[in-house]
Design a protein around this ligand. Structure first.
Ligand SMILES: Cc1cc2nc3c(=O)[nH]c(=O)nc-3n(C[C@H](O)[C@H](O)[C@H](O)COP(=O)(O)OP(=O)(O)OC[C@H]3O[C@@H](n4cnc5c(N)ncnc54)[C@H](O)[C@@H]3O)c2cc1C
Ligand code: SF4
Length: 544
């Protein structure tokens, strides 16, 4: 069966804040020019927002630029921040620290990023953008001269054995004069573009963290809408870059989460269990007692910042948002920067489309980024995250010096290393004894994944692929005690054995995958590659 194809001026891959802002800006530019532009946006989640997971505190700077009358248009920014707390935790106590300037949230809003994206999706559709949820872009298409020509969506109805089933339907080819990749952190097509066009040459490696989040309905008596609470310290040791967020929304809801840098060295560490343990701290537990957990999920985020941003353009397209790495780590915010990059890319792409050619490199995008507030913002904080490589205390001291004395203008730039090479052999690192879940504020993985609404058709090839099937046992189990069993927040990877305890082998429960991409990042030999599953598969986040 031949693949059908459709032609557009611009194809956008990914319905997060960056892709949707690019789509909206393209339509605005066309309207300003008294012209039209044909824009299609595809999203792998079953609906816009279904795969979006964030904190989230939104800095509204880009939104003000993109849609100045967002209030009249009903944007879901209902909870202005009115209280900022930055805490240091020991096992039993909490001490207030001065709030670093980057974490001052005056003028920001606590939101559900999923709901915000749903609203942006409605704005885009109202302007004529063709939005297709439930379609993963599975392959980049190139023309005879090697320029990006479009993408192909994944085939449906391929069985576990790789054979076509009765439900087989080939993917579609979506061709564009320009293609904007907005896949979010660790985009899997973006990874192939890095290699094909050598986009990372001369840049620092990208570094990452995993963020695990829950949404709770809490006792109304404890609700403090507008309160933003962050912590560092317990339960992780000071050599691990990690901390919590706890945001009080309207409607007696609290978003709580834990973020851990993926450069941790101890293979016994489990980000999931650290998060569950964090909620048992006396100051935290009291918020959730008597409440009900309503949702769960996880997602990787970028931490490389300025020095890790790749070349952004190639013949026929560009990268926007977190797939390029525009997150501001000390702020723990990437939405305003993702939106801004999408808006600037739209300007360059619009020029390229109107130049009436296919496969043009929208090169002015890179220049527009360098001339914008976004570049200056990322430049000024570029040394803060790598300053933590010697631990929490030296990191905090360096961050203070870089921020207050150097004002982000130090005549040096600190560098990053790759996260997958940071693990030390399990035998040389301390085991961590995690408490059992109490099922009141702390839980196990299975009941957590259930709350993510994750679903994949079971009769399909695993979307977590191994380059070499012997590595999980011969290398990962032997040297690191199979860290994938612990860093995966969804229990996808399990070492199983025969009844006599012999014959260890890796079982991949791919149907549980919440698409966080941590395995693709942290596997020590980069043996695991995450690829898109069948359309619509994955989490069904309500308002994460
Ligand atoms: C735990 C956590 C807390 C955070 N807290 C904050 C915060 O408080 N404030 C803040 O500003 N930022 C925060 N961030 C960062 C913020 O969420 C991101 O910077 C932002 O979402 C990036 O937007 P994006 O459009 O680049 O990518 P995403 O929001 O990741 O969107 C990408 C979209 O593309 C889709 N997609 C990916 N690949 C494909 C494909 N091949 N085909 C089709 N669709 C595809 C995905 O399903 C997704 O919907 C946080 C992130 C995390 C993980
Ligand atoms: S399998 Fe990989 S991408 Fe899926 S939830 Fe686990 S770590 Fe995340």
């Amino acid at each position: 069966m031949e693949r059908e194809s459709m032609e557009f001026d611009v194809v956008i891959v990914g319905g997060g804040p960056s892709g949707l802002s690019a789509a909206i800006r393209l339509k605005q530019l066309a309207a300003e020019a008294g012209d039209d532009i044909n824009v299609c946006l595809i999203e792998k989640g079953a609906e816009i927002g279904a795969h979006i997971l964030s904190g989230a505190v939104l800095e509204p700077r880009s939104l003000n630029e993109l849609i100045p009358d967002w209030q009249d248009k009903g944007a879901p920014l209902d909870t202005p921040v009115n209280n900022d707390r930055f805490m240091f935790l020991t096992e039993k106590s909490a001490f207030r620290l001065p709030t670093p300037p980057q974490m001052n949230n005056h003028g920001n809003y606590i939101i559900s990023l999923g709901n915000f994206c749903r609203w942006l999706g409605d704005q885009a559709e109202a302007m004529g953008v063709e939005v297709y949820p439930g379609f993963p872009a599975a392959e980049v298409l190139y023309d005879d001269e090697g320029r990006v020509r479009g993408i192909a969506t994944g085939d449906m109805g391929i069985g576990k054995d790789g054979e076509k089933t009765d439900a087989y339907e080939p993917g579609m080819e979506l061709l564009g004069k320009q293609v904007i990749f907005a896949e979010g952190c660790r985009g899997h097509l973006t990874k192939t573009l890095f290699d094909r066009f050598n986009l990372r040459e001369g840049k620092d490696p990208q570094t990452f963290a995993i963020g695990i989040k829950e949404l709770w309905d809490i006792d109304p008596a404890k609700s403090e809408p507008g309160k933003v609470w962050h912590s560092v310290g317990w339960p992780v040791s000071t050599d691990v870059y990690g901390g919590s967020f706890l945001y009080h929304l309207n409607g007696n809801q609290v978003a709580v989460g834990y973020v851990i840098g993926l450069d941790y060295a101890n293979p016994h560490l489990s980000p999931f269990e650290e998060f569950q343990r964090f909620k048992t701290h006396p100051k935290v537990r009291s918020v959730f007692e008597g409440g009900r957990r309503v949702s769960y999920g996880a997602r990787a985020l970028n931490e490389g910042g300025f020095q890790s941003i790749p070349k952004l353009t190639f013949p026929g397209g560009c990268l926007v948002g977190c797939t390029a790495g525009f997150l501001n780590v000390p702020k723990i915010k990437g939405t305003h920067t993702a939106m801004k990059s999408g808006m600037l890319a739209a300007e360059a792409v619009f020029e390229a489309v109107k130049a009436e050619g296919e496969g043009i490199e929208p090169a002015t995008y890179g220049e527009k980024i360098k001339a914008s507030w976004l570049w200056d913002e990322l430049y000024r904080v570029r040394n803060i995250r790598p300053g933590f490589k010697s631990g929490l205390w030296l990191g905090m001291a360096y961050a203070g010096f870089d921020t207050y004395v150097m004002r982000g203008r130090a005549p040096w730039t600190l560098h990053h290393h790759e996260d997958h090479s940071s693990l030390k052999p399990a035998a040389h690192m301390p085991k961590i004894d995690y408490p059992k879940p109490d099922n009141e504020v702390s839980f196990d993985r299975n009941s957590s994944v259930y709350l993510s609404g994750t679903n994949h058709n079971e009769n399909q090839p695993a979307h977590l692929t191994l380059k070499d099937a012997s590595v999980p046992v011969d290398h990962n189990l032997a040297l690191y005690d199979s860290p994938e069993q612990r860093y995966c927040p969804a229990g996808v990877y399990e070492i199983i054995r025969d009844d006599d305890g012999e014959n260890p082998r890796l079982q991949i429960n791919a149907q549980n995958c919440v698409h966080c991409k941590t395995c693709d990042i942290k596997d020590p030999t980069q043996n695991i590659t995450w690829v898109t599953p069948e359309g619509g598969g994955g989490p069904a986040y309500p308002n994460m």
